[in-house]
Design a binder for this molecule. Structure first.
Ligand code: ADP
Ligand code: MG
Length: 419
């Protein structure tokens, strides 16, 4: 495949003239029929890595993805790029018989370039039998960390994927994609998909424009947050809380203090959620106070601060959530409030879970404690956690955290945390 063809296809299907990061290398690897493993942060452009080669190749690429809503989005977006309605399909339990028949007909005729499936649908005998008889270009496993118990979103159905892929066909190239960068999860993915031979592409997880700050959480956390928001008047921000109750409380406290804020959590009815989300996107309000239900698929580039009222349960979650700040490359202040009591609370939440899960949860939390209490460069800590070397003397954003800007002695940091 000539280089010019890849660029022509990029322009033709997506209207882009340039690849982002490692996309071009990844796409070449896929087009050569290699097993390929892609680790890129959220927003890095992983979808295009498999969509473009799927569109360029003969046959249908099967894309496994855990979220039905996200699959639908992608299919709609692909259809909008093409005059061919059948170019992309979703195959899942929501389809009726006639719809399934149409999907199969499109695949058989070679129109369908991308078929999105949920992992549980792939266990359906009927589908496997059908797919066995079709030309499959490759299999893309999106959100591949779902395979690993060490991932933040473990899904047991992902464990069966390898055997199902083998049943669908010998030698179907596998593409694994994830934004989870811990070496342990990566190892798990490669092992489970039996693709240790994969060409691996890892983008840097450094977000040099984000400033990381951890403050001790005291009973004055409300006024600390209000002061911070007022100092950042006119800027847009997200405040994450662990519980719905706390979301409501804090949103009210902000409103009472003249800050334009709305709550967002899964306990609100759908209409209110959409309304509050739109108010945030349209900048009718400055701040959304939310549980982690907020943020999935929300792409507001100019979020200027992300506050954690409660420390998250893992470094992955922290990275993911703070990562919603400064998408446009501009300022992004990430402020988290930490108290060891909150760690104990999180430990307690887990106590009903299976022992193996508790052990993993505990280990992840210990990393969070280490991060919150460290006196070293926070960026270096995060990147080291993700298996990446970082030199904060020379690296991009090396001074962008509280510890580097205002160094303090170790015991001070620890004592503060116990307040
Ligand atoms: P990820 O899955 O890695 O989180 P996405 O695939 O959702 O990221 O892509 C994030 C955004 O980047 C999307 O809006 C997409 O259109 C955009 N994007 C991807 N590739 C390119 C490119 N080559 N040029 C410009 N924008 C791109
Ligand atoms: Mg993605």
């Amino acid at each position: 495949m000539a280089e010019t063809d890849i660029y022509a296809a990029l322009k033709k299907y997506f209207g882009f003239t340039r690849f982002k990061g490692l996309q071009e290398e990844v796409i070449k690897s896929i087009l050569q029929g290699n097993n390929t493993f892609v680790v890129m942060p959220t927003g890095g452009g992983k979808s295009l890595c498999y969509q473009l080669p799927a569109l360029m190749q003969e046959g249908t690429a099967i894309v496994v993805s855990p979220l039905i809503a996200l699959m639908k989005n992608q299919v709609d977006a692909l259809r909008a790029l093409s005059s061919e309605e059948g170019i992309a399909h979703v195959l899942n339990s929501s389809l009726n018989k006639t719809e399934v028949k149409n999907v199969k007909a499109d695949i058989a005729s070679g129109i369908t370039k991308l078929l999105y499936v949920a992992p549980e649908s792939l266990t359906k005998e009927e589908y496997v039998n059908f797919l066995q008889t079709q030309k499959i270009s490759f299999m893309a496993i999106d959100e591949a960390h779902c395979i690993s118990e060490w991932g933040h979103d473990f899904r047991p159905e992902y464990r069966n994927l390898k055997s199902i892929i083998q049943r669908i066909g010998d030698n179907i190239p596998i593409i694994g994609l994830t934004a989870t960068a811990t070496p342990k999860v990566q190892e798990d993915i490669l092992k489970n998909l039996n693709m240790q031979d994969a060409n691996t592409f890892k983008a840097s997880f450094n977000r040099p424009n984000l400033y990381y700050e951890i403050r001790p959480k005291t009973k004055n956390v409300d006024s600390d947050i209000i002061r911070f928001v007022k100092q950042n008047e006119g800027k847009t921000g997200i405040i994450y809380c662990l519980s719905r109750k706390r979301v409501e409380e804090l949103a009210q406290a902000l409103q009472v203090n003249g800050i334009k804020a709305v709550p967002y959590h899964a306990g609100l009815d759908g209409k209110t959620r959409v309304k509050h989300q739109d108010m945030f996107l349209m900048e009718d309000v400055d701040v959304v106070v939310a549980t982690i239900a907020f943020g999935m698929g929300i792409d507001k580039p100019d979020v200027r601060f992300v506050i954690h009222n409660d420390i998250p349960k893992s470094i992955e979650s922290y990275y993911q959530e703070t990562g919603r700040g400064g998408r446009d490359g501009g300022e992004g202040h990430c402020l988290a409030f930490y108290s060891y009591k909150d760690i104990e609370k999180l430990e307690k939440f887990m106590s009903g879970k299976p022992v193996a899960e508790q052990e993993i949860g505990h280990a992840l939390l210990q990393e969070v404690v280490g991060f919150a209490e460290t006196s070293m460069s926070r960026r270096k800590f995060i990147l080291h956690y993700f298996g990446e070397e970082f030199d904060n003397e020379t690296g991009d954003g090396g001074m962008m955290d509280d510890n580097m800007r205002y160094p303090k002695k170790k015991h001070e940091a620890k004592d503060n945390a116990k307040l």
